[in-house]
Design a protein around this ligand. Sequence first.
Ligand SMILES: [Fe+2]
Length: 216
Amino acid sequence: MDSQSWIEHADLLSLFPSHVWTFDLTAEEREKIAHEITPELEAIRPVFSENRTGVGWQSPQDLHRRESLTTLVSIIDDSTRSILRFLKIGYDAFEITGCWANINSPGCSHRMHSHPNNFLSGAYYLQTQAGADTINFHDPRIQAAVIRPPVTELTGSNTDQVVVKVKDGMLLLFPAYLQHSVDANTSDRERISISFNIMFSSFTENLSKPLWSGGV
Ligand SMILES: [Fe+2]
């Protein structure tokens, strides 16, 4: 903010931040994961014909239960635990509720969406390259779109969309309510990622009761 003669002290509070966590895996873990997952993917994926563009494929959503995902699942569990600690959440029973592969051929995009009925969502990037190495996050404050005056420069304080660069071996997690999209793959290779959702276990039994005590 500008400094003004009438100000003794100014402060800027960023309220209710939307977090996106990224973890770059070590070369050793990346290789192990690629070694485990690639044969599984090759076995279940369709083969796209050379000249078809804009084709996307999603695998069945049970990959987290397969042997080939053991290393990745354990890393997802660890990263989730560290996020719950960061958020000071006092309930640590959670589970992966779905996990699937995405293969986007050149020209393929993914429209804006969120992942309802989960607490966190995420993706692990197996194959990215220039032209296929971003994910867009959209402002969850829908009321902020009511008035959009022109800006002289896009900044984190006035934008309605943030583009996050991703790379091979990156694990990215975010609140499941946060809308996101993927631009069309402008590279000449496929973009391959593994997506997942995370929810608290036994949610209704343990977390749905009123947060106040009744009676007098
Ligand atoms: Fe998504």
